[in-house]
Each structure stands twice: as structure tokens, then as C-alpha cells.
Write a protein that binds this ligand. Structure first.
Ligand code: SF4
Ligand code: SF4
Length: 673
């Protein structure tokens, strides 16, 4: 007898009922999906149709290849088994139907045996994956996971689906007497069949019973996709496709002068992408477990921000769905339901102001949900609509308005640090290759003035022609924007762009990653298109070219702290490390949380200007990483990070054992200028 099997064997003409039942399930799925999409479309417009090729590539790499999911070994491997197992089973079912209805009957002999073997392997992979998931969720119970009844329902439904599939196969194999030896290729079904029905008695009837149970479970699976967390099968693909390809830049408020409302305080003020992302969140908790605010006991938890907004969205959608179902009402009709306000009512204000905008939540999310930009939108609402912000923020805004720096130091002293160094301003000589955009910290903060001096000395030593704007330089506006004051940011940005264009600036080098990110990624939103470099980029190539020669041995063990805005935001991980490796006598050790998993210093997102009243201090937590790495010196390349790390060392009374320095200072010492 040739190796093969017949579709609907033992089921006969009733097999056609399968199509009827599955047809109903697919209709339920399609209608539920239509309702969901209608709800998303009630959000504000947002264009996410650019660079389609890159978007498709992201889906292939992250959905099919599980790139981000696999960043965490156990849950990643577990999900990979379930995903790929189910995908193969689905392909197998489709091939089976095609083989039968096309009349080609290619699934026989070796082709059938291979097919059958791989399908058993796929089913087994799903079972192993599901058992690993159950073990993790209910035995090891990591803090990242919160358990709800639907989690258990979904895991058990999937398990029952695959197990009944194997029972159908086992009963079919058991019916034959004697059993054909080639059936052993269906190894799992063979094992089940021979153990449950050693002599084959009753297996014909049981085959039918298992078949109908399996079919009913398949119906249930398809029908409840949208109503359960299985929805992420579809929304993960959408969320990955429509991901933000430029998360470094905050979305501008268009037409500030004419706009009547600013920011977001109600769910319906979110964009359709935001609403769709609410349905993509799988509650995996990776954002939570990488959030510096959450990990230092602040009231902010990015996962709960997303889930909280989703609950309001669900609640608000109920009335509309009822009307759609009963009267087929126009989905575009404005909603009359008003859910909870997001600012203060759903998310407490301390949580909103706790975010450092470090970007770890977006970076770690396997499905590209964006928690913190929603918090920025809420900050915009608080700052621009309600003038509600912590008192320190008010002071920082006033200082930026009056003196174009958050310290509030007289703007006429901005270039004082450079007076003794003979550095020219563009007003004195505009025929230079680079504008050295110093930023507020390098201009006004004593600790960081030394870094500005080091950058200038190294530029001179390498023979790079540069100038500064001096008193004409303004704050870049990063803090104002991230604290929600888009109005102030846009004024600052436009003034700076006008000044730079006035001098014909083309290339800019910055010492601050926040200035760097703002000038490089956000000024183009207002017509400021310049070639912007952070000094680590420029100096790493100058060292490689031999224009900077770090010949003095230093004899130190250092660890490098990745600034969020340089690393996670702009991918500059290797350049600073390359400089450190080029230094004689410098031993570089890595902290466990480094590169894209780096832990924020606590100074981003305007937090630098606020007191840290709640929980433990973020810079202290980061300093503990330095201590664990066993390095004497922590090297940074960001003024905020340098200050936060220096403060942590002082506050912990560790000045004898540790020190924080900027990379430019270390390089300057090695070059000897
Ligand atoms: S940006 Fe950073 S601090 Fe803000 S919510 Fe995300 S992980 Fe937390
Ligand atoms: S937002 Fe992303 S990382 Fe956070 S719980 Fe949801 S899916 Fe996980």
C-alpha cells in the first residue's frame, strides 16, 4: 500500500460541513475585524505609508524571523516554537486541501512521508512551546507578566487544538490492522495511537469523535481571535509594519498659531496608529522591566500606561459598537461617550512627569508599541492647555524664555568659557568647516565647560577649522520640547536655524547628544537641514586617520555609559568605544546593561531640571552598575550623564574610588593638548 492518506477519510460527505462551519467562523472573524478597524479609524490622521520596502522588511525580520522577540531567550524561543509550529501546521492543512481538490494527489510516497513527519514535528514544537509558556506564566511567574483568565483560556485552547489534532491522527493510524510500518513517520500520532488503542478497538468511532472536537476547537479559535489576546497575531504585523521609522524625532504640532487644542487628553485625540497599537500590546512587560522610572519605584509603568488607555478605549467603544450592531450607524459619526481624561484621571501626573524619554520602552517592545510619545502628548496638553507642570519646570521654561538656557544665567555670558582660548565666533570668521554648537551645559555649567574646552582643543589639534556662535547661540530646545512646551521649542528652533543659515552653516559638531539629536533629527522639521555630527563620530574618524594621536598611556580601567540620545536614539555605540580602544593603557569593561539595553542616567526628557522626590534615584541605580562592573572610571559623552554620574559618586561618598569623566577629556589627556 502506498504511503498516503485521504482527506475526510471516515468522515465522508459530512466533511463538507467543515467548510460551512469554518466559513461561519471566518465571517465572524471578518466582521469583528471590520468593527475593530472602524474603531481605529476614529483616531486622528497620521501618515505611516512612507518607505514601504523598509516596513515590509521589518515585518519579515521581526514577525517571521522573531528578531526582537528573541532578544529574551526563554520567552523568545517559546514564542518561536509556537509561531513556527502553527505556521507549518497551517501551511500543511492548506497543502492537504490543495492536494485533494486540485486532483494532483502529489502527497504520496516519499513526499507524503516527509510532509507527515514535518507536520508531527511542527505540532510537537507547538506543544513544547505552550508547556514552556504555561510553566513560565504559572510556575516561575516573572514580575513582567500579569495573569488574567484570558491568558489561560488562550493557552489551553491552543493546546487542546494541537492535542486533538494528534488524537485524530493516532486514532486513524490505530484503525489499520496490521499497521503499515511507514506510518511511523507520523511519529507522534503513531505513539499516541499505539498507546491509546493497542489493538485498534474502538478507534474508528474515536477518530470521528476527535475529528469533531478538533473542528469545533478550530471554529472557536478563528471566531475568538479579535475578542481575545489572539488578536495580536494580526495587530503585531500591523504594528510592526506601521512602526515609527524615525522615533528619534517628536512629532511637531503643525500650525501652532492657528491650532485650537494642543496635545492629548482624551483617547479620541490619539492617532489611528496609537489606537491600533493599544490592540497590539501583548502585556509582555518588557517595556516595564527596562523602564528606569518603574525600576526605581516611580509611579510610571509604560505597560500599564498602554493597558490603561486601552481600557478607556474599550469602555468608550462599547456604546458605539452597540449602535453599529443595532442600526448599522455610520462609523464616522462623532462619539458621544466621553471616557476618562488621560492626564491626572487615568494616569497620575507624577507618572507623566517621571518619564526620562530614554526610549527603552520602544526599543524593547517586540511589537513596536510607543508608550513614551503618548506621555509627551499628554505633557503637551498639561503644559499648553492647562499650564499644569511641576514648579521646577516653570522655572526652566522661564529661564529658557528669558536667557535661552534652562539655568537662567545671563545670555551675554554664553561665550565666556571660550574667551581665554582664542576661539573665534562665526561673526569674526565664517569661513570655517564646522560650527561647534556648544549647547547650554558646555557654555554655562562649570563641569561641562571643561568638556567644551577639551572638544575645542582636540579640534584644533586635528587641524579642523571651526567656530562658535558665541552669544548668538540659543538653547537647542530639547528640554522644552520634551517637557511639552512645543510653543517655546518652535520659537527657539526657528531662531537658531535662522542664525545658522545666516552664516551659511553646513556642518555642525556638537558635544551634547541632546543638541545632536535635536539639530540632526528635529530641526529638519522646520527647514534646518544641516550635516550634524556628535564629536564622538568626528574624533573616531580623526583618530583612525592619524590626525589625532593618543600617544600618552593612561593606565585606567573604565566602563562606558551609553547616553540614550547617542546610543538608542542614534545608534552611536561603536564610535565612542572605538576611541577608548585606541587609547594606550585603557582597559574597557562593559556593564551588563549597555548599548541598546543601557540604563538611563535619569537626566533626559527634562528630568534634569526637576527634583527626584519619588522612589530611589535613577543615577544611583546606574552608578551601582558601574560598581558591579568593577571599573574605577565611568566615561560618558553627554553633559547630563556626566553630571548625573558625578553627582551619584559624590552622594554615595565614593570620590576616592570612582570618578566620572567625559570621553573628550580622556582623549584630550591621551593626546596631550
Ligand atoms: S521612555 Fe524610558 S522612562 Fe519613559 S516610559 Fe519609556 S522606558 Fe520609561
Ligand atoms: S508595550 Fe510592548 S513591551 Fe510593553 S507590554 Fe506591550 S507589547 Fe510588551
Amino acid at each position: 500500500m502506498e504511503a498516503t492518506r485521504e482527506l475526510f477519510w471516515n468522515i465522508g460527505r459530512q466533511g463538507l460541513l467543515t467548510y460551512l462551519i469554518m466559513g461561519i467562523a471566518v465571517l465572524i472573524l471578518a466582521y469583528s475585524l471590520y468593527e475593530r478597524v472602524s474603531l481605529w479609524r476614529r483616531g486622528q490622521a497620521e501618515d505611516r505609508w512612507d518607505r514601504v520596502g523598509e516596513r515590509i522588511k521589518g515585518v519579515v525580520v521581526n514577525i517571521i524571523g522573531h528578531w526582537r522577540v528573541l532578544r529574551e531567550a526563554y520567552p523568545g524561543f517559546m514564542h518561536l516554537l509556537i509561531f513556527w509550529g502553527f505556521l507549518l501546521l497551517l501551511i500543511g492543512a492548506a497543502l492537504d486541501a490543495f492536494d485533494h481538490y486540485s486532483g494532483l494527489h502529489f502527497l504520496k510516497g516519499t513526499a507524503y512521508l516527509t510532509f507527515s513527519f514535518f507536520l508531527d514535528l511542527a505540532g510537537l514544537a507547538v506543544i513544547v512551546g505552550l508547556l514552556l509558556a504555561l510553566w513560565r506564566r504559572y510556575v516561575t511567574r516573572p514580575r513582567a507578566l500579569d495573569n488574567r483568565p484570558e491568558d489561560l483560556f488562550v493557552l489551553l485552547l491552543l493546546l487542546a487544538l494541537v492535542v486533538t489534532g494528534f488524537l485524530v491522527e493516532g486514532a486513524r493510524i490505530a484503525v489499520q490492522a496490521p499497521r503499515a510500518p511507514w506510518e511511523r513517520w507520523s511519529f507522534f500520532g503513531w505513539a499516541l495511537g499505539t498507546s491509546l488503542f493497542p489493538q485498534g478497538q474502538g478507534s474508528l468511532l474515536w477518530h470521528k469523535v476527535f475529528w469533531w472536537i478538533h473542528l469545533s476547537l478550530s471554529f472557536l479559535f478563528v471566531a475568538v481571535i479579535v475578542q481575545s489576546k489572539l488578536l495580536h497575531i494580526l495587530t503585531a504585523i500591523l504594528s510592526t509594519f506601521f512602526r515609527n521609522l524615525k522615533p528619534q524625532a517628536i512629532k511637531p504640532i503643525e500650525d501652532m498659531e492657528e491650532a485650537e487644542t494642543f496635545g492629548v487628553n482624551r483617547v479620541e485625540e490619539l492617532s489611528w496608529v496609537d489606537l491600533m497599537q493599544l490592540d497590539a500590546c501583548t502585556r509582555c512587560g518588557r517595556c516595564q522591566e527596562n523602564c528606569p522610572a518603574y525600576l526605581t519605584d516611580k509611579p510610571l509603568n509604560p505597560k500599564m500606561v498602554i493597558q490603561g488607555i486601552r481600557e478607556v478605549f474599550q469602555e468608550q467603544s462599547k456604546g458605539l459598537l452597540q449602535r453599529m450592531r443595532s442600526w448599522g450607524v455610520e462609523e464616522q459619526q462623532p462619539s458621544t461617550e466621553e471616557g476618562k481624561a488621560l492626564a491626572g484621571e487615568l494616569i497620575e501626573e507624577d507618572a507623566i512627569w517621571s518619564c526620562t524619554t530614554c526610549g527603552a520602552c520602544i526599543e524593547q517592545c517586540p511589537v513596536f508599541v510607543e508608550p513614551f510619545p503618548k506621555l509627551i502628548e499628554i505633557r503637551r496638553y498639561l503644559a499648553l492647555m492647562e499650564s499644569r507642570f511641576p514648579s521646577e519646570v516653570q522655572v526652566a521654561f522661564r529661564n529658557m524664555e528669558n536667557n535661552s538656557n534652562p539655568w537662567g544665567i545671563g545670555m551675554h555670558t554664553r561665550a565666556d568659557w571660550a574667551k581665554e582660548l582664542g576661539i573665534k565666533t562665526l561673526a569674526e570668521d565664517r569661513e570655517v568647516e564646522y560650527l561647534f554648537y556648544v549647547g547650554c551645559a558646555g557654555s554655562f555649567d562649570d563641569l561641562n565647560k571643561k568638556v567644551a574646552e577639551a572638544v575645542a582643543k582636540l579640534l584644533e589639534a586635528a587641524g579642523v577649522s571651526f567656530g562658535i556662535l558665541g552669544v548668538e547661540e540659543g538653547c537647542c530646545g530639547d528640554s522644552a520640547r520634551r517637557l511639552g512646551n512645543e510653543y517655546l521649542f518652535q520659537i527657539i528652533a526657528q531662531q537658531n536655524i535662522e542664525t545658522m543659515k545666516g552664516y551659511g552653516v553646513r556642518k555642525i559638531v556638537t558635544m551634547c547628544p541632546h543638541c545632536y539629536n535635536t539639530l540632526k533629527n528635529e530641526y529638519p522639521q522646520f527647514g534646518g537641514d544641516f550635516e550634524v555630527y556628535h564629536y564622538t563620530e568626528l574624533f573616531s574618524s580623526l583618530v583612525a586617520q592619524g590626525r589625532l594621536r593618543p600617544s600618552k598611556p593612561l593606565d585606567i580601567e573604565v566602563t562606558y555609559h551609553d547616553s540614550c540620545y547617542l546610543g538608542r536614539y542614534n545608534g552611536l555605540y561603536e564610535e565612542p568605544r572605538g576611541i577608548l580602544r585606541a587609547l594606550l593603557g585603557v582597559k574597557l569593561v562593559e556593564m551588563p546593561r549597555s548599548r541598546s539595553r543601557s540604563f538611563c542616567c535619569g537626566g533626559g526628557g527634562g528630568r534634569f531640571w526637576m527634583e527626584e522626590h519619588l522612589g530611589t534615584r535613577i543615577n544611583h541605580a546606574r552608578f551601582e552598575d558601574v560598581q558591579r562592573a568593577g571599573a574605577r572610571m565611568v566615561v560618558t559623552s553627554c553633559p547630563f550623564c556626566l553630571t548625573m554620574m558625578s553627582d551619584a559618586i559624590k552622594e554615595k561618598g565614593m570620590e576616592e574610588k570612582h570618578e566620572a569623566r567625559d570621553l573628550a577629556q580622556v582623549l584630550r589627556e591621551a593626546v596631550g593638548v
